[in-house]
Each structure stands twice: as structure tokens, then as C-alpha cells.
Design a protein around this ligand. Structure first.
Ligand code: PMH
Length: 389
């Protein structure tokens, strides 16, 4: 029998739940008691794993969760999460009854959507809605006051619908220049004031706004990147009021170690040629794991020493130049710490010319996620989910 949750190749992600707990607790400490923390666990909790992250966030002071799509909300329900879950993105009106049955809160931003949803909603259903207001992000959201009022009225007219919240999203809260942010905030205030009644939950802030602009917090914040221990941008990194602890790390083990001679080549295209006799090693991770080809030359940690990737990264394997002869089976850390040495996610993001958000999302589901608590691995790939699921 193949045991669920085990894996048979030595490449894995470690998610340190104590870091998530510490980050959420640090934010919680700064917030007034009436401000709810909504833990943003969309995209499999930014690649960290939805269930374990959600549990850690809820235990550390979050009392609600947010995801992008209904599929993600249902995945959390199936795993036994009972906390309120808000779907931030668009849902199909056809699916409202499933949402209501599973106590999932949906986002609405179009008058016609409500009409359609009403025709699909069971007679005795109860569906909570948050209205999304577009104050300058230009993504989803109602932009004008008349339409906002119409949506509010349509919700209030139908006893199956509950007007539970209103929210917006800031486009530049992570930039030092706050002009655009302040314009958005003003617009949001204006739109919320135009409602005939203020719903119980009003929220605007993402991580950056939550840490930088208390007045934008209303009575809930949507905490994503900071929960994972990453800065919302490089621009504000040095000014963040709390110390962040990076939860995600990526490891593998050497499957072969060999001495190559000066002039010998490595990997597809033979793009790397040894300048001298040197020790090289192979690790079982490649671009199919999201360890993409552009990471060629990136350094990894072996015995606490930075060692470069050489030659092209293959689909399932990557070759590194070793600092010295090391044993097969030695741990290679591609993201994270070994002793005093570290390859932080920001370094990988910088190498790939992108933002840190993208890196844990990029590491594909082929790589198992292991969870650490109190320094010990507690769960292989959600194998320890509640037994009744
Ligand atoms: N709220 C909404 C609507 C979001 O889209 C996001 C992140 C968050 C809150 C959390 O933001 P934070 O991680 O900065 O705290 N959304 C995205 C996105 O769509 N692309 O990058 C981040």
C-alpha cells in the first residue's frame, strides 16, 4: 500500500508554522481589539499550504479567512475549517447555493450579478455578501455611487441575502509616495458614507496599509504577505514596524557527487565548462518544480557554503558546483537558512526580476510541503488532517 502523505524523492518545502504564528501575533498586537484580521490564504496560502496556514493564522489572532475563488474556500471547508471565509474574487451566480450551503461569503460588484444570483438561490438559503468598491485598483469593483446604492438596495430587498461587508483594495500602499493611496482612501470613505447603512465589516488594508496607515484599517484588515514573513515591497522593507520571520524554505539532497575534469561540460547545451577539476553534485529538482531555468547561476547552500548552480536547469534535475567533496545525501538548501548562511526569498525574487509574492507560488505542487512546529516536522502534505475528512 502507498501511504498517503509520504514522498519518495528528497526535495521538499518546509513551512515553519511558528513563523506564521509570530507574524500574525505581532500584527495582532499592534491593532485595536475591534479590528479583525482576515488571513489571506488564496493560492494555497501563497504556496505555503492552505489548511496548515489557515489553522496557524486562526490560532494566532486571525478570525476570518479570505481566498480568491470559491474552489479555494470549499477546499478549506472540506479540510474542516469552520471560520468565516470570504471569496475576494468573482464567483459565478450559478454557484450561490453551494456558497450559501457552505457558509462562504461572496464578493459582489455588479447589479446584474445579484439578479442572476437570485434566480439560482434556493428559497431558504442565506448568503452573506461583501460589496467590492473599486477606488483606483481598476480590477473588480463598483466604481460609482449610484451603482453601489443600487447593489445595496438589491441585497437589502432580498431576505436571503445579507449585506455583511464592503471593501476596497489599495494599489500603492507598499510605495513610499502616498498620494495615490490617500486618494483611494478618500474615495473609499466617500463611497462607504453614501451607503444607507454601514455593514458590520468594512475593510481596505492589505499588509502594507495595515502596518503603515492605521486609519485605513476600518474594522478589518486583509493580511497576506506579512503573515508569511515577507515584506510587501523592498521600498518599505527597512521601515516595517515589526520583525518578520520567513516561514518558507526549500531543500533537496545530493543524489550524485562527482569530480569533473577541467574543460568538461555540464547539462543541456554544454553551456558550462569547468575551468579546473572540480566537484559537482546533482539535486532532484528542476523547472517542473517551479525551480525555473532562469535560476541558472543562483547560489544554493551546501554545508552552510554558498555554491552556484552550473549549466542549464533541467525539468527534474539541477547541477551545482560543490565547495569540496561532500557525501551523497547532503542537504542542499535552495531557499532558507543553513547555520548563519541564508538565501532569502527576496534574493530569488531579485534574481528573477520579480516580487517575493511570486516565489513560493512558483514552487509547484510536485514539491511536498512539510510543516514545522516547535522545530519539529509535524505534518507531511496534510497527512495529519482531521480523520473525519
Ligand atoms: N486583499 C486582496 C483583494 C488581495 O488581492 C490581496 C493580495 C490581499 C488582500 C493581501 O495583500 P498582501 O499580501 O499584500 O497583504 N493580492 C495580490 C495579488 O492579486 N497579486 O499580488 C498580491
Amino acid at each position: 500500500m502507498i501511504e498517503h502523505g509520504l514522498f519518495y524523492r528528497d526535495t521538499w518545502v518546509e513551512v515553519d508554522l511558528d513563523c506564521i504564528t509570530a507574524n500574525v501575533a505581532a500584527v495582532r498586537k499592534r491593532l485595536p481589539a475591534e479590528v479583525t484580521i482576515i488571513g489571506v490564504v488564496k493560492a494555497n496560502a501563497y504556496g505555503h499550504g492552505d489548511y496548515q496556514t489557515a489553522m496557524a493564522a486562526l490560532n494566532a489572532g486571525a478570525s476570518m479567512l479570505a481566498v480568491a475563488f470559491m474552489d479555494e474556500a470549499l477546499s478549506l471547508r472540506v479540510k474542516g475549517i469552520n471560520a468565516p471565509i470570504l471569496v475576494l474574487g468573482a464567483s459565478r451566480p450559478e454557484d450561490v447555493t453551494i456558497a450559501a450551503k457552505n457558509n462562504i461569503i461572496l464578493t459582489v460588484f455588479q447589479r446584474e450579478w445579484i439578479e442572476k444570483a437570485q434566480s439560482f438561490l434556493a428559497a431558504n438559503a442565506n448568503l452573506s455578501l461583501h460589496i467590492k468598491v473599486d477606488t483606483g485598483m481598476g480590477r473588480i469593483g463598483v466604481r460609482n455611487i449610484e451603482e453601489l446604492r443600487e447593489i445595496e438596495e438589491a441585497i437589502n430587498k432580498d431576505s436571503r441575502l445579507v449585506f455583511a461587508g464592503v471593501f476596497t483594495h489599495f494599489a500603492t500602499a507598499d510605495e513610499l509616495d502616498n498620494h495615490y493611496f490617500l486618494d483611494q482612501l478618500e474615495r473609499f470613505d466617500e463611497m462607504v458614507s453614501s451607503l444607507s447603512s454601514r455593514p458590520p465589516c468594512v475593510h481596505g488594508s492589505n499588509s502594507a496599509a495595515a502596518l503603515r496607515y492605521g486609519k485605513a484599517n476600518f474594522n478589518a484588515i486583509r493580511l497576506g504577505i506579512v503573515m508569511y514573513g515577507l515584506s510587501p515591497s523592498q521600498e518599505i522593507k527597512a521601515d516595517l514596524p515589526i520583525k518578520l520571520e520567513e516561514a518558507f524554505s526549500l531543500h533537496s539532497k545530493l543524489t550524485q557527487v562527482k569530480l569533473i575534469k577541467r574543460g568538461e561540460k555540464i547539462s543541456y547545451g554544454g553551456t558550462y565548462e569547468a575551468e579546473q577539476d572540480e566537484w559537482v553534485g546533482t539535486i532532484p529538482i528542476g523547472y517542473a518544480d517551479g525551480w525555473i531555468r532562469r535560476l541558472q547561476d543562483q547560489e544554493v547552500l551546501i554545508d552552510g557554503i554558498r555554491s552556484p548552480i552550473i549549466g542549464r536547469i533541467c525539468m527534474d534535475q539541477t547541477i551545482v558546483r560543490l565547495p569540496h567533496q561532500v557525501e551523497v545525501g547532503t542537504v542542499v538548501t535552495l531557499i532558507g537558512k543553513q547555520g548563519d548562511a541564508a538565501v532569502p526569498i527576496d534574493e530569488i525574487a531579485d534574481k528573477l526580476d520579480t516580487i517575493n509574492y511570486e516565489i513560493p507560488c512558483l514552487i509547484s505542487s510536485r514539491v511536498p510541503r512539510l510543516y514545522k512546529k516547535g522545530g519539529e516536522i509535524i505534518d507531511l502534505n496534510n497527512a495529519l488532517l482531521p480523520k473525519n475528512n
